[in-house]
Design a protein around this ligand. Structure first.
Ligand SMILES: [Zn+2]
Ligand SMILES: [Zn+2]
Length: 351
C-alpha cells in the first residue's frame, strides 16, 4: 500500500450477472507495472457480454477486476518502469502482444497467441500489467479529455479494420452499421481520402457519420429499393471497392457481399456468436473475384493511429459517449445497453 491512501473501491466480477463494488487494498505495482488513478473508464458492449456470461478469453480467473477502457494519471510505478512518472496523464490499451509468437512475427499482433489483457478499469486505481506498460501505455495528448482518450481502444479496433483494407484515396467504401465501430472505420477511411457511404437505419447515426467524414449516409440496405439506392452511390452502380460490415448480424454480412463491386473486398468486422453461420451469394463472390476478410482486435500500431485520430479534435467522437455515472451504476448501465457511458470512479452512484 502507498502510505496515505486507504482501501480503494473497485468493481469485481464474481460470476454471471454478479458484479460487486468492493473495497480492496490500495494496489502496489509489481516490477514493470504501473498503477493508474482512473479519471474516466468507458462501458463497452464486450463488458456487457462478459457480465452476462461470466466468461471471456480476455477475463482473468474469477473473481476478477472488471472493465478495460480507461484513462487517468500515473499514481505509482513499479521497479524498472522507464518513461513514465507519477502524475503523468496516460491512456492505456487493453492488451499487449508478445512480439515473439508466429502471429506476431507475421505482423498479426492482434492474433497473438499470448495476448496479455487489461482488466480492472472500473475502479479508483487500475493496475496495468508490465507487458502493457511496455507496449501500450501512452501519454495522453495535452488538452485531450480523459473520456476521449479512453476511446483509444475501441477506435483502434476500427482503425485496424481500415488498415486491413487496400482501399485507396478516391475509392468508394460502404460501411454498414453506424455504432462506435462503424463510426471509427468511417473516420479512418475518410481520413485516408476514401468516399465513404455509411448505411444505418437511424438518422442520428447517419448524420454523425457525415460529421466523421462520410461522403453520403443512407438507410440500411434491408430491401431491394434501399440496396439499389446504395449501389447508385458506387462507381457505375456496380458496387463498392470495399464494404465493411460493422455489425455482427449475418444478414448484413450477406448484404455486404452483394454490395461489393468487381475486384472488391468485404470486411466482416462485427463479432458474431459462436454458433452464427452466414450464407453468401456464391456466383457474385466468384465472378467478381471478391476478397473476403475479417478484422478483430487491434495492434500497437493501430492503437497509436487511433490516438492520433482522436487527437485531431475535429471529429465528433464525444458524440459516442452518453452521460457520466459512478461505479455503483455500471452493472445497470451494461444491462441497459445504449451508448457508451463515462464512468467516473470518484462519483457516487445515482441508484
Ligand atoms: Zn471495449
Ligand atoms: Zn504474440
Amino acid at each position: 500500500m502507498v502510505p496515505g491512501r486507504g482501501p480503494v473501491r473497485a468493481l469485481v466480477l464474481h460470476g454471471p450477472g454478479d458484479l460487486r463494488l468492493e473495497e480492496r487494498a490500495d494496489p502496489t505495482p509489481g516490477p514493470g507495472e504501473v498503477v493508474i488513478a482512473v479519471e474516466a473508464a468507458l462501458t463497452c458492449a464486450t463488458d456487457a457480454k462478459m457480465l452476462v456470461r461470466g466468461a471471456h478469453p480476455a477475463l482473468p480467473p474469477l473473481p476478477a477486476p472488471f472493465g478495460h477502457e480507461a484513462s487517468g494519471t500515473v499514481a505509482a510505478t513499479g521497479r524498472g518502469v522507464a518513461g513514465v512518472r507519477e502524475g503523468d496523464a496516460v491512456v492505456v490499451a487493453n492488451s499487449a502482444p508478445c512480439d515473439r509468437c508466429e502471429a506476431c512475427r507475421r505482423g498479426r499482433a492482434g492474433l497473438c497467441e499470448s495476448l496479455v489483457y487489461l482488466s480492472g478499469a472500473y475502479a479508483e486505481y487500475l493496475v496495468v500489467p508490465a507487458p502493457i506498460v511496455a507496449r501500450n501505455l501512452l501519454p495522453r495528448p495535452t488538452g485531450m479529455p480523459p473520456e476521449i482518450a479512453a476511446l483509444t481502444e475501441p477506435v483502434a479496433c476500427g482503425v485496424r479494420a481500415a488498415e486491413r483494407s487496400a482501399a485507396r484515396p478516391g475509392d468508394t467504401v460502404v460501411v454498414l452499421g453506424g455504432g462506435p465501430q462503424g463510426q471509427a472505420i468511417t473516420a479512418a477511411l475518410a481520413a485516408r481520402g476514401c468516399e465513404v457511404v455509411m448505411c444505418d437505419p437511424h438518422a442520428d447515426r447517419r448524420d454523425r457519420a457525415l460529421r466523421m467524414g462520410a461522403a453520403a449516409a443512407l438507410p440500411a440496405p434491408r430491401d431491394a429499393p434501399a440496396e439499389a439506392a446504395v449501389l447508385e452511390r458506387t462507381p457505375r452502380g456496380r458496387g463498392a471497392h470495399a464494404v465493411f460490415a460493422a455489425v455482427a448480424d449475418v444478414e448484413a454480412w450477406r448484404q455486404a457481399v452483394r454490395l461489393a463491386g468487381p475486384g472488391g473486398e468485404v470486411n466482416l468486422h462485427g463479432g458474431p456468436d459462436a454458433a452464427a453461420v452466414f450464407s453468401t451469394p456464391a456466383a457474385h463472390l466468384h465472378y467478381r473475384e471478391l476478397t473476403l476478410q475479417a478484422s478483430y482486435h487491434h495492434t500497437p500500431g493501430a492503437v497509436r493511429a487511433a490516438l492520433a485520430l482522436l487527437g485531431r479534435g475535429t471529429l465528433p467522437f464525444h458524440e459516442l459517449l452518453g452521460g457520466r455515472i459512478g461505479l455503483p451504476d455500471v452493472a445497470a448501465a451494461l444491462r441497459a445497453g445504449g451508448p457508451k457511458r463515462i464512468v467516473d470512479p470518484r462519483r457516487a452512484g445515482t441508484g
